[in-house]
Design a protein around this ligand. Structure first.
Ligand code: SOE
Length: 387
């Protein structure tokens, strides 16, 4: 669906232009060209500290202007929505200021680095909602068509009463002990390690798919490599890793369903492996991000002799988001989740509805992450295996 120039525009300003900035830019560039949107996103300005680098990024990613101070970005008259793609440490300050300046906000996950920051963001979003402003957190994997379909099937009762939710999210970029001490390995910038980076997605998906929140968790975290080379240092100095490399935890939903989670950045060979399975009394669904156009479904009401997991190729017009794309049978990829995120947010802004995941949803995830860290501290002594 080509963009109709008579549609009113939504001016967007984005802070940050690394990996997530590029992914979000893809969403802003593409959504209005594929979906029939009630507002036409206009990529007004990109913000970053280095003037040359931000100019180069703006040109490459499709932004019309640049700023080097986010405070100037949020004051711009041609910006109605601020998209925050910076490390977690600056999310709260920018989001709260943008909401107070009268802007809508999209904030990349995790919502914040602490529960207190996330609570302040929710309070600011609630105040701003009175004047029609919207705030959303960027858990993009909800917008994978197969996972949106899984959510729909669970909500329609196709899985019956939920018994298990199982999520693992594994990467391997920290297997090498000489990988430098990047910002994602520093607590004061990233908040936590694999837990906040990957566990935040896992917890959000579990709660979204189950349709309810976790009521408690028990956890263990580990930092395998405790010192890493300082980036850009020519003296060979190392600095301490202050976040987890991996986290294992399990939890319980109010309904009694159990959830288990494994997240790691040290799982050799697992490049970006997100796997999700739900088991209920009437059926199960299973998803693997490395085969993201597929959802495996087992209908447990089928006669046992013919039951078993079958593959649904999630490429039909009847599947979430798919009708706007290619003819049935043609699949999508990782970047499309960011396009769908923009689509849903623009609809919420135009229609005055609360976008999901809301800041309150992001706070809910943050509370689970905090409980995981608290539990991991308490569980630091293993129960010995007796001879
Ligand atoms: C890095 O581990 C990362 O970029 C995450 O921060 C993203 O949220 C995830 O989508 C891919 O991996």
């Amino acid at each position: 669906m080509p963009q109709d120039t008579s549609t009113p525009t939504l001016g967007v300003g984005m802070v940050g232009y690394a990996f997530m900035g590029a992914a979000h830019s893809q969403g802003w560039r593409t959504a209005g060209r594929v979906f029939d949107l009630p507002l036409r996103p206009r990529m007004a300005a990109l913000c970053g500290r280095d003037p040359d680098n931000v100019r180069e990024a703006a040109e490459r990613l499709g932004w019309s202007a640049t700023e080097t101070d986010w405070r100037a970005l949020i004051e711009r008259d041609d910006v109605q929505l601020v998209d925050i793609c910076t490390p977690g440490a600056s999310h709260a300050e920018i989001a709260i200021a943008a909401l107070r300046a009268g802007k809508h906000v999209l904030c990349e996950k995790p919502l914040a680095n602490s529960v207190a920051e996330a609570e302040a963001m929710v309070a600011a979003a609630q105040d701003a909602a009175a004047s029609g402003q919207r705030a959303m957190v960027g858990f993009n994997y909800r917008r994978t068509p197969a996972l949106a379909l899984a959510q729909r099937m669970r909500a329609q009762g196709r899985l019956g009463e939920l018994r298990h939710v199982r999520v693992s999210y594994l990467q391997d970029w920290l297997v090498d002990p000489e990988f430098p001490l990047a910002w994602r390995l520093r607590r004061e910038v990233a908040g936590s390690g694999a837990l906040g980076d990957l566990g935040a997605h896992a917890v959000d998906l579990a709660q979204y798919l189950a349709g309810e929140d976790l009521e408690g968790v028990s956890a263990r975290t580990e930092t395998f490599v405790r010192e890493r080379p300082l980036p850009g240092d020519t003296t060979g100095a190392y600095g301490p890793v202050t976040v987890d490399d991996a986290a294992l935890f399990h939890g319980r939903f109010g309904s009694g369903a159990l959830a288990s989670f494994e997240v790691s950045r040290c799982a050799a060979g697992r490049r970006n492996a997100l796997r999700v399975e739900l088991n209920g009394t009437r059926g199960s669904v299973s998803f693997d991000l490395e085969r993201l156009n597929e959802l495996h479904f087992h209908d447990h009401t089928t006669e046992p002799g013919e039951a078993g997991f079958r593959r649904i190729h999630v490429t039909e017009d009847s599947h979430p988001y798919l009708a706007a794309w290619w003819p049935p049978g043609h699949g999508l990829g990782y970047e499309h989740t960011f396009v769908h995120q923009v689509r849903d947010l623009v609809h919420a802004v135009a229609e005055g509805t609360e976008p999901r995941p809301s800041f309150a949803d992001g706070l809910g995830v943050q509370r689970v992450l905090a409980a995981v860290e608290e539990s991991a501290t308490k569980n630091s002594v293993l129960t010995p295996v007796k001879a």
